[in-house]
Design a protein around this ligand. Structure first.
Ligand code: SF4
Length: 240
């Protein structure tokens, strides 16, 4: 039989009290700390958290492009290979498309991504003197950059706290009970109000990793979930 840790029991009792007194946001804050600690233990080798801090904002931005629909195990070597031959927008723009394609293969949609990498490089050169901007407004003007990528660039390249939320983060936050929202945008707003800022930088990547490997959209692996003690499993109808 599954036994709850002392901490988890405490959180559960506190959760009941918080619901009674309508102070559930306090519980989320208390709950977030052990959840993040456990996820960090579980996914210590995540891409951005373990990356070389000397790699700059351009590296983070291009890595985000490469990571779309592609696993970390493929993204990381692809980014390394590409940056070995060009590590700034000017050099990247000079590369023939075929060279970029070859460097980033087998990243998913590598032909489209190679084109996007050239477009991003050109845009940065023409509009920002080859530098990656450090604010949401300017980042969102770059073609193909949405709130999630912008948030990742801000957090991982500039250490500016942002909370990028994608479908994995949205799903897990709602299952755990941190949010009761319909879209990732609503979840972002809800979580920024209740998750302490000091956790924002790592939260996205940890939840994405957890969503990809354990908390799957259909039938999550609750039986082997490191944070099961802290999860309300809201709307989980079927699990393994
Ligand atoms: S217990 Fe299940 S639903 Fe909750 S986070 Fe873990 S895998 Fe997801």
């Amino acid at each position: 039989m599954h036994t709850l840790s002392t901490n988890a029991v405490f959180i559960k009792v506190a959760s009941i009290i918080a619901t009674l007194f309508n102070t559930s946001h306090i519980i989320v804050c208390m709950n977030a700390m052990p959840v993040i600690r456990l996820l960090k233990k579980e996914y210590s080798k995540t891409f951005f958290l373990s990356r070389d801090r000397h790699e700059g904002a351009f590296y983070v931005l291009i890595s985000c492009v490469l990571s779309q629909r592609t696993k970390d195990e493929v993204t990381y070597p692809a980014a390394k290979r590409l940056f070995k031959i060009a590590n700034n927008p000017k050099a990247m723009l000079k590369l023939p498309l075929k060279t970029i394609e070859k460097a980033i293969y087998p990243s998913g949609f590598y032909i489209t991504k190679a084109r996007r990498i050239k477009e991003v490089s050109k845009y940065l050169l023409e509009n920002h003197n080859g530098k990656v901007p450090d604010n949401y407004g300017e980042l969102l003007k770059i073609k193909g950059v949405g709130r999630k990528t912008a948030g990742i660039v801000l957090t991982h390249a500039f250490q500016i706290p942002a909370l990028p939320i994608d479908t994995h983060c949205h799903r897990i936050a709602n299952r755990i009970g941190w949010a009761k929202t319909r879209t990732p945008e609503e979840t972002e707003i809800a979580l920024t109000k209740i998750i302490p800022r000091r956790y924002w930088i790592e939260l996205n990547e940890l939840l994405v990793k957890h969503g990809q490997s354990v908390c799957k959209p259909v039938s999550p692996f609750c039986s082997k979930c490191a944070i099961a003690d802290y999860c309300k499993r809201i709307n989980v109808k079927q699990s393994r």
